[in-house]
Write a protein that binds this ligand. Structure first.
Ligand SMILES: *Cc1c(COP(=O)(O)O)cnc(C)c1O
Length: 371
């Protein structure tokens, strides 16, 4: 029985060839290829907003928070049900991540709970596009307006998705994507920030290159800054030509990836809906390129089912361990929905190369175990 992977990169000859070209050209660092990837992303999204590529999604979040002025003494509200990257990016600025509950049906940030977390130090909110869903985002912007907060969207799961017909990234304050190995597209590792705020974009451009002012322009011309000024803390967070070359090929394949990911989810939904003992999330997948497929396994059966899948050489996952239960981010209050979901959530295999036959194997084990 072959191994069924929970997630995987889908890369091939096109990416190999693209990397070869960069190696032959002899300039691996940040240069023209990164500029072209940023342009390609802009065209793909159809946005006039600024696009800045960096070396991880975490770096994208960190730089965005820094650029909107988040630092020591500030608080940022963030759902506890997310990858620890969201939390780390906040604490990296010196600010405090304030964990918040989520909606039991979707895993999206619960704004009623968020309301309890606001105080004079609250400066921003970081909604997460959990399982690529962001249908409730309008509420976050109303909340932000009411409390005068900036919004940094963790859209690591959201690249290529739409909301009400609009591509994610085209609307909103500061939107961050991840291109790590298993996301909807990959650049090996990588990430991008999209924002309509020119000043924030310029700060991010400098900060990704150790704060060297306007170094981006030099590097895009194949040059370097030999006389320069630095006014702000920066980081070594830029993207390399090698990564961008992979990313550009992946972007060309995204529409194809999207078709298979959508088909996978439709099949899971069709075959698993109505089974007592599990509950699908209440997510409308029609405009989504689904990154993960989490569902709830009820009656304390999640761990047993996970083990049953493993015995049949099928990987599954739990997205995510609650951040407010980690030593570093411990809260002195409970977040009941996040804690319940942590006991129930199970993510099924989902990637662009998953076949219907493989899905049948997954589905039959779930049915055998629960029915
Ligand atoms: C992947 C991911 C990140 C971080 O992206 P990296 O590119 O791995 O640094 C942040 N938030 C969420 C929800 C993610 O899934």
């Amino acid at each position: 029985m072959s191994l069924i992977r929970l997630s995987k990169s889908s890369v091939g000859d096109e990416e190999k060839e693209a990397i070869s070209k960069i190696i032959d050209a002899g300039y691996l660092g940040m240069g023209e290829e990164v500029r072209l990837f940023e342009q390609d992303i802009k065209s793909y999204l159809g946005t006039g907003h600024e696009v800045i590529c960096v070396n991880t999604g975490t770096a994208a979040l960190h730089l965005s928070l820094q650029a909107i002025g988040i630092g020591f003494g500030d608080e940022v509200i963030v759902p506890s049900l997310t990858y620890v990257a969201s939390f780390q990016s906040i604490s990296a600025t010196g600010a405090t991540p304030v964990p918040c509950d989520v909606d039991l049906k979707t895993g999206f940030i619960d704004l009623i709970d968020a309301e309890k977390r606001v105080n004079v130090n609250t400066k921003a909110i970081m909604p997460v596009h959990y399982a690529s869903n962001s249908m409730q985002m309008e509420g976050v912007y109303e909340f932000a307006k009411k409390h005068k907060l900036r919004v940094v969207e963790d859209a690591a799961h959201g690249f290529g998705c739409k909301r009400n017909g609009v591509m994610i990234g085209c609307e909103g304050d500061v939107i961050c994507f991840s291109f790590d190995g298993i996301k909807n597209i990959t650049s090996g590792e990588g990430g991008a920030i999209v924002t309509g705020d020119q000043a924030v974009a310029n700060k991010i451009r400098d900060a990704r290159l150790l704060g060297v002012e306007k170094d981006t322009e030099q590097r895009y011309r194949g040059s370097r800054s030999w006389k320069f000024n630095v006014k702000h803390q920066g980081w070594r967070y830029h993207m390399s030509n090698l990564m961008a070359a992979i990313g550009r090929e992946q972007l060309k394949k995204l529409d194809k990836f999207a078709i298979n990911r959508k088909k996978n989810v439709e099949k899971y939904q069709k075959e698993l809906s109505g089974i007592a003992g599990l509950r699908l999330l209440d997510i409308d997948y029609s405009e989504i390129v689904p990154h993960i497929f989490p569902l709830r396994i009820l009656q304390g059966k999640r761990d047993g089912l996970m083990e049953g899948l493993r015995k049949n050489n099928i990987e599954s996952g739990i997205h995510y361990f609650p951040n407010h239960l980690l030593d570093l981010y411990q809260s002195n209050y409970d977040l009941p929905n996040v804690e319940l979901l942590y006991e129930e959530l199970l993510s099924l295999p989902l990637h662009s190369e998953l076949t219907p036959e493989e899905q049948n194997r997954v589905i039959s084990i779930i049915k055998d175990y629960l029915l």
